[in-house]
Design a protein around this ligand. Sequence first.
Ligand code: NAD
Ligand code: ZN
Length: 365
Amino acid sequence: VPVRSTGGDYEVLIGLDLVSSLGPCLSSLGLRGKVAVISDSTVWKQWGGQAAQSLQSAGFSISTISLPPGESTKAFRSAEPIYGRLILDGFSRSDTVVALGGGVVGDLAGFVAATYHRGMALVQVPTSLLAQVDASIGGKVAVDHPLGKNLIGAFHSPRGVICDPTVLKTLSVRERWSGLAEVVKAALIADQELLQSLEGDLESIGDGGANDARMLEVIERAVRIKAQVVSEDEREQGRRAILNFGHTLGHAVEAATGYGPLAHGEAVVIGMKAAIEVSRQLGRCSGEDADRALSLLSRFPRPSKAERPIRDAVLALVRRDKKARDRSISFVVLAGLGKAEIEPALSDSLLSIAVDRALAEFPEK
Ligand SMILES: NC(=O)c1ccc[n+]([C@@H]2O[C@H](COP(=O)([O-])OP(=O)(O)OC[C@H]3O[C@@H](n4cnc5c(N)ncnc54)[C@H](O)[C@@H]3O)[C@@H](O)[C@H]2O)c1
Ligand SMILES: [Zn+2]
């Protein structure tokens, strides 16, 4: 799947067993020399051996860096020892960083690649469903700051994205469903056909029962949507914002529950339900379409670990998230199945409805 970027066009290669052909893949991208494979310990244990072996057989000299799994690794303090290792191992600007992992590894390794020697080649090898259909594409790289997520970052396009659905075999069921939320998001905003097919087999995809051909199909369609949107508007001056469907409330409940009890996709499902309610109230989407979208989302497992956050905290987080950009809260609404639009200024009363809809997803205290 092609992606256009001012930093250089690139492709998302999607195929089974690509991780065990990583070496030839990198060679075909014209890359040579040293490769730093950055991963987390969970992913490295499962898939690192195959990746390393393939790279070495193709003549690459590799340094491997494995980090603790989890969002707390995506921090500036994780970057410094990685820079140290690259310096000691003699890496230069013409060498390559491979990010083998989920979105945490992709964002952190991407940040290192964007900044080491003012920018070196990056290849994304996403291993979670969320990273395959979302985080690895579009060139946004970042680390978190104690005061907020993704606040320190850059745009740094990868030279290629290598997406191998085989590796999803070892992904937990909860993480699969979390990634599937972004697939449903993509379908809701841009692909009615995909949406219809997901209505047929959502549970088998989420639980891991879908066959390889089906996973390839679903991933490819979701990748095409993300690739097309970021190709049109890389720097998020307009249309790219539709990818934030469900994320205004999603980010707020994720932050208000303290990042952890809710997986990102679980928060996004809650946020999408709220956004659909707003779309219905605004008359932007018919009651029938709203019901259909909500009924698909109601098939996601209910998050069990999160307690209902405090209403004012959620409201304040929505306002803070948006105030940095402009005074009014712009909000992504559904304008029918497979179609999203930006509502430039959400009224306080609709915002209040959205917050209540999101909070209703949590069990009463
Ligand atoms: N750059 C972007 O455009 C963008 C877009 C969306 C999300 N993100 C970022 O992505 C991050 C979330 O990504 P994520 O959900 O992939 O989280 P993650 O990287 O923490 O991965 C989730 C968990 O799954 C494990 N895992 C990953 N692949 C596995 C595999 N094949 N087998 C077994 N376990 C595996 C990881 O070890 C981790 O414990 C967030 O930090 C978010 O901000 C970035
Ligand atoms: Zn998301």
